[in-house]
Design a protein around this ligand. Structure first.
Ligand SMILES: Nc1ncnc2c1ncn2[C@@H]1O[C@H](COP(=O)(O)OP(=O)(O)OP(=O)(O)O)[C@@H](O)[C@H]1O
Length: 442
């Protein structure tokens, strides 16, 4: 995998964007020089043929015009030569139509995955293997593109041949008719112009066909996704007014299997009561179903049997967007941050929050100190998926985000696993402060 110049210690981004790397571009271009030269020669040949056609057509029209002025006897002999030449040029034109460009949609997925997980790829020294996968996908996309290009070229070439044949036939037969006074030169000209217009339209259809084929394959994927109906609708259902919400949660004989693994029960006849204003810890073996309990409470999935109630109401009848947006705060094992500033990442918990509220939430999550130590402070951009932060820093920002939301029920799914004991204690103290009349599950 070729690499560009490494940013050194005093590297600063170029103010007008990076300069075009011609030497690197050349390393990619060099292996393709032969194909590129062939394409250029073909394109030049096609252009020459296109220039030659009007000249030959002019010669043909000259013969027809002369015959119209009365030189009837020599018409067939004279017209044959330019007509045959024109036919030969039309035939050459069929074989000179260049193929279409590359289709690389699937290859992009491989590249995206490899680049998104670049640290893992590096850690396992899998660069060559990943580059090979990408190369294979690009080659496959290239072959498909060539097939598509050949189809379009054949269609375009054959339709050109047929239509130019019509023009040639019109001149040939029209000349004979003019010689016999059965057709006026004006009528012949009108017919020629009309057939040229039809030819141009049909030529654009062949280009359009290529776009239609590409559009259909891309559209099929989009429509497939649009047709997907979420098992749990995003909105709709009753809510509980904020003033009467206590946060009493109860799992009643819940059984559950993930839809992708229907034969593998994760929870079976599971019952649990979470009283309000209390911190409850669920402890169990890895893969025992602890995160699944949180996912069911968030209504990411529906139980296959049993019910989950909030203050005595089955959550299956409650509005999922209200439940997730206002009742439950969830901090997952792997905190997800967005590629924007720390300020915006924390504010995601409560979009209308003031700067002071954000600072307070960060302070409670023991994040304010390290955030202010960055040169850009709260305006530090965390990188794609928070790559510019340590695991513990990411967790503290995710905790600050959830604390800012101040939900009735806060779920921490091993949310402090990357924190040291002291930071974990600080976060727990913050949760205790916030707990007041609300229930929390940890
Ligand atoms: N999306 C999914 N599709 C299918 N099976 C899943 C899915 N998510 C989890 N599972 C399976 O469900 C079981 C319970 O997983 P869960 O994540 O709830 O465990 P956990 O107790 O939180 O584990 P850990 O302590 O390791 O995080 C596991 O066997 C897991 O393989």
């Amino acid at each position: 995998m070729p690499c560009g110049p490494r940013p050194g210690k005093d590297w600063t981004p170029h103010p007008c964007g990076p300069p075009f790397g011609w030497p690197l571009f050349w390393t990619f271009l060099r292996p393709q020089l032969l194909a590129l030269s062939a394409a250029v020669v073909l394109a030049l040949g096609a252009a020459l043929l296109n220039v030659r056609i009007p000249v030959l057509l002019g010669q043909l029209v000259d013969v027809v015009a002369r015959c119209a002025r009365g030189h009837v006897a020599t018409y067939l002999r004279e017209v044959r030569r330019p007509a045959l030449r024109l036919l030969a040029v039309y035939c050459l034109q069929v074989s000179a139509d260049p193929p279409n460009g590359a289709r690389v949609a699937k290859a992009t997925v491989v590249a995206d995955e490899a680049l998104g997980n670049v640290r893992t790829v590096r850690a396992f020294a899998m660069e060559e293997q990943q580059a090979g996968l990408f190369r294979a996908e690009v080659d496959r996309a290239g072959r498909l593109s060539e097939q598509l290009g050949l189809g379009i070229a054949a269609f375009q070439g054959l339709s050109n041949l047929a239509l130019n044949g019509i023009v040639l036939g019109t001149i040939f037969v029209g000349g004979s008719l003019m010689a016999g006074d059965q057709l006026s030169p004006g009528d012949l000209m009108s017919f020629l112009v009309a057939s040229q217009t039809v030819q141009r339209s049909l030529a654009s259809i062949s280009i359009l066909m290529g776009q239609v084929v590409r559009g259909l394959s891309a559209g099929a994927r989009v429509l497939e996704l649009l047709r997907l109906e979420p098992l749990v609708p995003l909105q709709g259902g009753a809510t509980i007014p904020a003033h009467s919400l206590l946060g009493h949660i109860s799992f009643n004989h819940v059984s559950f299997s993930y839809p992708t693994r229907p034969g593998y029960p994760v929870l079976q006849d599971f019952s649990l009561t979470l009283p309000p204003c209390q911190t409850v810890a669920i402890v169990g073996p890895s893969g025992g179903g602890k995160s699944t309990v949180a996912a069911l409470l968030e209504r990411f999935y529906e139980p296959t049997a049993g019910t989950i109630t909030l203050d005595g109401h089955d959550i299956a009848g409650r509005d999922p967007s209200w439940l997730r947006g206002q009742v439950i705060g969830f901090i997952s094992q792997e905190p997800v941050l967005f590629g924007t500033t720390i300020m915006e990442n924390i504010r995601f918990g409560k979009p209308g929050a003031s700067d002071a509220e954000v600072y307070e939430a960060a302070r409670l999550a023991d994040a304010d100190g390290f955030i202010r130590s960055f040169p850009e402070g709260y305006n530090t951009v965390v990188g794609e998926r928070g790559t510019a932060l340590s695991g513990g820093q990411k967790q503290r920002i995710a905790i600050a985000r959830a604390l800012l939301k101040d939900p009735a029920v806060l779920i921490l799914d091993e949310a402090t696993s990357a924190l040291d004991a002291q930071a974990e204690l600080a976060v727990q103290a913050a949760e205790e402060t916030l707990r007041a009349p609300q229930g929390r599950e940890g």
